[in-house]
Design a protein around this ligand. Structure first.
Ligand code: GLU
Length: 499
């Protein structure tokens, strides 16, 4: 058994694209496990498939981890005792261990051309059998090998999978399983260009980096028997394996683009907070069992345990993410959220603030904070802010239902009375405005028998062009006296013309 203090886990992404939510969930679970056990979280870049390598992908991995708040103890940029941590810098090691397996009769050189393999594959597919290498080179004599080498063919090294028997493998979540070895392939360990395949590099690295627990996506489970066979062939003790549950959509089907974007960057750009994304990801496959789901990273570290990982597929639900985001937005100081909103407002309106000296807030900072507070409930992420506050920055466009409300006979009276009271109001502090509106409602009920909504709807319509949105007193305090009077006057003119 591994001692508590020696937990070592790794996150081993391939730099083949933009980091997506699935990768980040794997990283997060490994990080949480390491941090909750006082262990080490290792970052290893698995770039053995050079054809799929993408420029800037490694940097994107660093950035994404940092954005989520996940730090690593060892990795390409920070070093560590078991480096290098980029597989393309460890080629001699893989070559040495591939040759070791050949020398111990656990692997062999294969000289088959890619044309032959391709043809074989095509034939197998037409026959409806799973494509698999026919093991032609498995039993070459020394002489045959020499002849092939004399032709200058660069061989690959293949694993000599046992032809009979079974391989047992254990996943901490799924328990013990086994496969018949006859169903497995003589998979490639080392390619002819000297690069290892994923299987070889992954096992050699996990061994030499002293990884104690491998936690990774469910899609790697089918590789596990091969990995176990490799550990056996090397005579090494395998780590513990945990395959995280699949992520599915609300209909329990495979995720598609329609269920939401999968790139982490998209969420970042849309203005989801990192702590909300982390919280959301952590609960895809894990339950804290503390009665609360809303957690910071620190709180998750406190309650993380492998025992509470789930076996059933994790459901990806954007509404849930929106909920987490709203909750985490509320947990942040208002001034901070306001600062985060600025770029979105700037981009949408060319300015960050529409503060006026005659509004209810002493300066643009206070105005922005009030704006954020006013629309919290309406938005899922910060990029939705401009849409929710457009009426503060631009001339309003009257929605149809707002026009209908203003066409009612009471509207003219309401707007006239509001105009009078707003002019007389000493200041537009939200509390003062709220009091003024209460008085206005009282007065119009007494004089004209108007119900509350008959007063509030025309005002809302005239000031914002809509019937929903932030509370009316906040709208007025945010707009400022002049803008409110102008908007009301404009509507009153239209009403007057109609008469
Ligand atoms: N490089 C693999 C990936 O991109 C790592 C799988 C594993 O953790 O073993 O997911």
């Amino acid at each position: 058994m591994v001692a508590e203090s020696t937990v070592r886990v790794r996150f081993a992404p391939s730099p083949t694209g933009r980091p997506h939510l699935g990768n980040m969930r794997t990283a997060l679970f490994n990080w949480l496990f390491a941090r909750s056990r006082g262990g080490a979280f290792v970052l290893r870049i698995e770039d053995t498939d050079q054809t799929r390598r993408i420029e800037g992908a490694v940097e994107a991995i660093y950035e994404s981890l940092r954005w989520l708040g996940l730090d690593w103890d060892e990795g390409p940029d920070v070093g560590g005792p078991y480096g290098p941590y980029i597989q393309s810098e460890r080629l001699p090691l893989y070559q040495e261990w591939a040759r070791y397996l050949v020398a111990h009769d656990k692997a062999y050189y294969c000289y088959c051309s890619s044309e032959r393999l391709e043809q074989m594959r095509a034939e197998q597919l037409t026959r409806g059998v799973p494509p698999r290498y026919d093991r032609r080179c498995r039993n070459l004599t020394a002489e045959e090998r020499r002849a092939l080498e004399a032709q200058g063919i660069q061989p690959v090294i293949r694993f000599k999978t046992p032809l009979s028997g079974r391989t047992e493998y254990t996943d901490l979540l799924l328990g013990k399983r086994q496969v018949r070895n006859a169903t497995l392939d003589d998979f490639i360990l080392l390619k002819s260009d000297g690069f290892p395949t994923y299987h070889l590099a992954n096992i050699v690295d996990d061994h030499f980096m002293r990884i104690t627990h491998v936690m990774r996506a469910d899609e790697w489970l089918p590789s596990l028997p091969r990995h176990i066979l490799l550990y056996k062939a090397f005579g090494w003790e395998p780590p513990a394996f945990i395959h995280l549950p699949l992520i599915v959509n609300k209909e329990r089907k495979k995720l598609s683009k329609r269920d939401g974007d999968m790139e982490l960057d998209w969420y970042r750009r849309q203005g989801y907070l990192p702590e909300a994304v982390a919280n959301f990801l952590a609960l895809m496959g894990w339950t804290p069992g503390t009665g609360t789901e809303l957690m910071t990273l620190d709180e998750m570290v406190q309650s993380f345990s492998l025992e509470r990982l789930s076996r059933s597929p994790a459901v990806f639900d954007m509404e849930r993410l929106a909920w987490f985001n709203r909750q985490h937005l509320k947990r942040r100081p208002l001034s901070e959220v306001a600062a985060l909103c600025r770029p979105y407002l700037q981009e949408a309106f060319g300015v960050e603030t529409a503060w006026r000296p005659d509004c209810g807030f002493p300066d643009p900072e206070a105005w922005l904070s009030a704006l954020v507070e006013a629309v919290y409930e309406e938005i899922a992420c910060l990029s939705e802010i401009p849409g929710a506050v457009r009426f503060l920055f631009e001339d309003i466009v009257m929605e149809l239902e707002a026009q209908q409300v203003l066409a009612e006979p009471a509207a003219g009276v309401v707007l006239a009375e509001f105009d009078q009271r707003l002019r007389r109001l000493a200041d537009l502090h939200p509390a003062s405005v709220q009091q003024m509106l209460a008085d206005l409602r009282g007065a119009l009920k007494a004089s004209h028998g108007l119900a509350g909504r008959q007063v509030m709807f025309p005002l809302r319509a005239a000031l914002t062009g809509r019937l929903h949105g932030p509370q009316l007193h906040l709208i007025i305090a945010l707009l400022g006296r002049e803008r409110c009077l102008e908007r009301v006057a404009r509507v009153r003119n239209v009403l007057a013309e109609r008469r």
